[in-house]
Ligand binder design. Structure first.
Ligand code: MUC
Ligand code: MN
Length: 385
């Protein structure tokens, strides 16, 4: 019998990477994206890499980049050291028992474990999830410059260069009337050449959302993402059932338990399935399964991860038969620089699934050194130390 490949070391680092322009969301304006990267080293010398990323510090959700890193270093890494690296399910069950919440932190480590296993077996992670049924997926772009004219110019360029023809507009910061007028201007400019959707990031009350959805569907917007707070399931159900425009759950979906409750309450027409928010690739696959069983639409969502987290998500979504609303795996394109030596490829309105072993991502060491916070000091948790 070959010796067990043990988890030897788990290393974390924070990267701060500027965005190509201000990304204006209802709760924060991003000028930098902060990613937490994990590198797991195994006893046979193999490695796995993972990413756990949120948006806008603590303004989007309950985890911050700093809390993600600290949860990994303090609570997740020490219990995994010395374990069999091939036993990913065993590691996940152990972490599930010992660490509540902290889904993004758990995701970062989980991705690194799948990546390590895939690399050792010489297969893409998609194969560990039953095999890819797509080699590319449609990919949306988010228009969020904060200015209608800039957004229109950006949309036109994306359509002309065949990069994107699906646009998600970030609204919810201005009045409902101003937001609907902004969406109408953009829809009018792109006409039938593009699909226009919006994301409110929970900013509306139910009353505002009633006016908002009525106005949005009148101007040709096809889908509205998380108009009201994550916990407002009854409001989401009223909106999903009361209007033709599709209502998509995002912040409301934190793993399979939420997915089941949202589906039971008919509190969405579509699930935005996010790997990080679900608690990892395996949990995201469970959210997908619940959406499928409930007959809901599916969409591959992002936390604006770098190429690393994006590659991991692509491995899973390549295995999903039907993504009725496509994906938004454009994270690397929002950043001034790609941190991968083999950047994700975008062409013909699609994103291509990386084909190499593991998640199919190789880090560019110079970029990592350049964007590292703390002058390049990593924190290492080492077996037997
Ligand atoms: O969906 C979100 O709320 C977060 C994210 C996804 C795309 C984007 O621009 O922001
Ligand atoms: Mn969203």
């Amino acid at each position: 019998m070959s010796p067990v490949t043990k988890i030897d070391q788990i290393e974390t680092m924070i990267l701060d990477i500027p965005t190509i322009r201000g990304h204006v969301l209802s709760m924060a304006t991003m000028r930098v994206q902060t990613a937490v990267l994990v590198r797991v080293t195994f006893s046979d010398g193999s490695e796995g890499i993972g990413e756990g990323t949120t948006i806008g510090g603590l303004s989007y959700g309950a985890e911050s980049p700093e809390s993600i890193r600290s949860a990994i270093d303090t609570y997740i890494a020490p219990v995994l050291l010395g374990r069999d690296g091939d036993d990913v399910n065993g590691a996940l069950q152990l972490v599930d028992r010992l660490v509540k919440g902290n889904r993004i932190a758990r995701t970062a480590v989980e991705i690194a474990l799948w990546d390590g296993l895939g690399k050792r077996l010489g297969v893409p992670v998609a194969q560990l999830f039953g095999g890819a049924v797509h080699d590319r997926l449609p990919v949306a772009w988010t228009l969020a410059s904060g200015n209608s004219e800039t957004d229109i110019a950006e949309a036109r360029e994306m359509i002309e260069t065949r990069r994107h023809n699906v646009f998600k507009l970030k609204i919810g910061k201005r009045t409902v009337r101003e937001d609907v007028a902004h969406v109408a201007r953009i829809k009018q400019a792109v006409g039938d050449t593009a699909s226009v959707r919006v994301d409110i990031n929970t900013a509306w009350s139910l009353q505002e959302a009633r006016w908002g959805l009525k106005g949005l569907q009148e101007v040709g917007c096809e889908l509205v993402e998380q108009p009201v707070p994550a916990r407002s399931r009854r409001a989401m159900a009223e909106l999903a059932q009361g209007y033709e425009i599709a209502v998509m759950a995002d912040e409301a979906l934190n793993g399979p338990e939420d997915a089941l409750e949202v589906a039971n309450a008919r509190a969405a027409d579509v699930f935005a399935v996010k790997v990080a928010q679900s608690g990892g690739l395996k949990r995201a696959a469970e959210v997908v399964a619940i959406g499928q069983a409930a007959g809901l639409g599916l969409y591959g969502g992002t936390m604006l991860e770098t190429g690393l987290g994006t590659a991991a998500a692509l491995q899973l979504f390549a295995t999903v038969e039907t993504l009725h609303w496509g994906t938004e795996f454009f994270g690397p394109l929002l950043l001034t620089e790609d941190i991968l030596a083999n950047p994700i490829v975008y062409r013909d309105f699609c994103v291509e699934i990386p084909t190499g072993p593991g998640i199919g991502a190789t880090l560019d060491p110079d970029k990592i050194d350049f964007f590292r916070r703390d002058g390049g000091r990593t924190r290492k948790t080492v077996a037997g130390a």
